[in-house]
Design a protein around this ligand. Structure first.
Ligand code: PEP
Ligand code: MN
Length: 264
């Protein structure tokens, strides 16, 4: 079902009023790794909106490596995210980690994110496959392209074809960057599948200084959009500060992207 053989025409996926797909302007999803307070997410929302992002991101249920790290604000965070999105008139995306959180996430989010660590949580994939809601499926950190597409297949097989794929870097022997951004799968996904694909250069590199150039490279490679972590004060971020752009850094990147668009 994910294959071009089955569905030759490229699919478009709608998130609120925003549409991702071939021939459309790239869609930028931006915001903090985690929702930390109402003030923080509202400030971030204003920053990313004024810079030109179309979708607001923020994590309320966080899949942290260790149990002592900030785990997210949960439902309270979802409410702040929705309020921030409404204030700046942007659809919002947030991660669901397990089936039990799905009702709450659907109550507040326009786009439901399945994180890298859950890419092969097949029960969760089947459950979001029953929704009439767009899904952002992130590539597992050790998943081959075949496994990534097979995970998307689980969602489509249940009837939900509103799936956006997200390349966010994979584990390799290289430790200089947080992950290794596998940009060549972007044109390959476009050959093999009709689903749109976006790139997350923040988790892929783990380093703020690398995010703008890899974001632009992703668009040159044919990505239908980007997911970028932006924090009003990255030095105080409870999660992923080192890879988060400041509002100013993000606005600068968006200017560069606008200059790049005519030649894409
Ligand atoms: C995220 O986007 O907040 C996240 C946890 O990313 P990933 O699942 O790609 O690690
Ligand atoms: Mn993060």
């Amino acid at each position: 079902l994910v294959s071009r053989d089955f569905h030759p025409a490229a699919s478009e996926v709608r998130v609120g009023e925003v549409v991702l797909g071939n021939g459309l302007a790239p869609v930028v999803m931006a915001g903090p790794c985690s929702i930390e307070s109402e003030e923080q997410i509202v400030t971030a929302a204003r920053l990313v909106k004024s810079a030109g992002a179309q979708i607001l991101r923020g994590g309320a249920f966080k899949p942290r490596t260790g149990p002592h790290s900030f785990q997210g604000l949960g439902i309270e965070g979802l409410k702040y995210l929705r309020a921030a999105g409404n204030e700046v008139d942007m659809p919002v995306v947030t991660e669901v980690m397990r089936i039990g959180q799905l009702d709450a996430v659907c109550q507040y989010a326009d786009l439901v994110q399945i994180g890298a660590r859950n890419m092969q949580n097949f029960e969760l994939l089947k459950e979001v496959g029953k929704l009439d809601r767009p899904i952002l499926l992130k590539r597992g950190m050790s998943a081959t392209l075949e496994e990534f597409l097979a995970a998307a297949e689980y969602i489509l097989a249940e009837g939900n074809s509103q799936v956006v794929l997200c390349e966010r870097g994979i584990r390799t022997f290289e430790t200089a960057t947080r992950n290794t951004l596998d940009l060549s799968i972007v044109p390959l996904v476009r050959e093999l599948s009709h689903l749109p694909i976006v790139v997350d250069p923040s988790h892929a590199t783990g380093k703020r200084s690398l995010v703008p150039v890899m974001a632009k490279s992703a668009l040159v490679a044919g990505a239908h959009g980007l997911m970028i972590e932006v924090h009003p004060t990255p030095e105080t971020a409870l999660c992923d500060g080192a890879q988060s752009l400041t509002g100013e850094g993000f606005a600068d990147l968006m200017d560069q992207i606008r200059r790049l668009l005519p030649v894409l």
